[in-house]
Design a protein around this ligand. Structure first.
Ligand SMILES: Cc1cc2nc3c(=O)[nH]c(=O)nc-3n(C[C@H](O)[C@H](O)[C@H](O)COP(=O)(O)O)c2cc1C
Length: 168
């Protein structure tokens, strides 16, 4: 992969996140987990390029994201769609996602774990983490019936500086 400046990114972020989806991979090369995510965004904050993702705290991946200072986002080609669905329906608590899919991981130059064969890998350094609060919603009743209940807790938002951008 070659490293580019984030502002040189050619892909459409709406398509990347909303259609292609992403794998959030967190942990260390010895012990990591990955999960599929399609909620988040790419942009700018504090004059830095940032990625923000919304992850429920009960995801196994969230524990790794909380322990480490950084994680990666890998955007995979269409041929991995079934693997993304698998990683979005199964928990690393129960299955070894690397063994159960055709995904393979590598270590980035900065020591983070990302997926091989990705179209795009973003290295994300955490800058702010917050758990959404019911009182912050303008109309919690509008979204909660579909998205939140005792087994589906309010998301945490992770705002991260995009420390490196790699494309194929
Ligand atoms: C297409 C798709 C998108 C998803 N997006 C998110 C998301 O943005 N945030 C989230 O917390 N979970 C999301 N999920 C659910 C997690 O990927 C799923 O709960 C996964 O099993 C968590 O794995 P883990 O427990 O190994 O971390 C998504 C699932 C799918 C299939």
């Amino acid at each position: 992969m070659k490293q580019i400046d984030f502002t040189e990114l050619k892909q459409n972020p709406a398509e990347l996140i909303g259609k292609q989806w992403m794998l959030i991979t967190a942990g260390t090369p010895d012990k990591f987990n990955t999960m599929t995510a399609s909620w988040g965004g790419l942009g700018f904050l504090w004059n830095r390029p940032v990625a923000f993702v919304f992850v429920r705290p009960n995801r196994h991946t969230a524990g790794f994201m909380d322990e480490q200072a950084a994680f990666t986002l890998s955007f995979m080609p269409e041929k991995y769609r079934a693997d993304l669905i698998f990683c979005g329906r199964n928990s690393g608590r129960d299955v070894d996602k690397m063994a159960a899919t055709s995904l393979h991981a590598h270590t980035t130059p900065n020591g983070l774990v990302a997926m091989d064969d990705a179209d795009l890998v973003l290295e994300c350094r955490k800058m702010a983490v917050a758990t959404m609060q019911e009182g912050d919603f303008i109309d919690f009743a509008e979204v909660s019936p579909q998205w939140y209940d005792p087994t589906n807790p309010l998301h945490k938002v992770y705002i991260c500086e995009i420390a490196a951008t790699y494309v194929r």
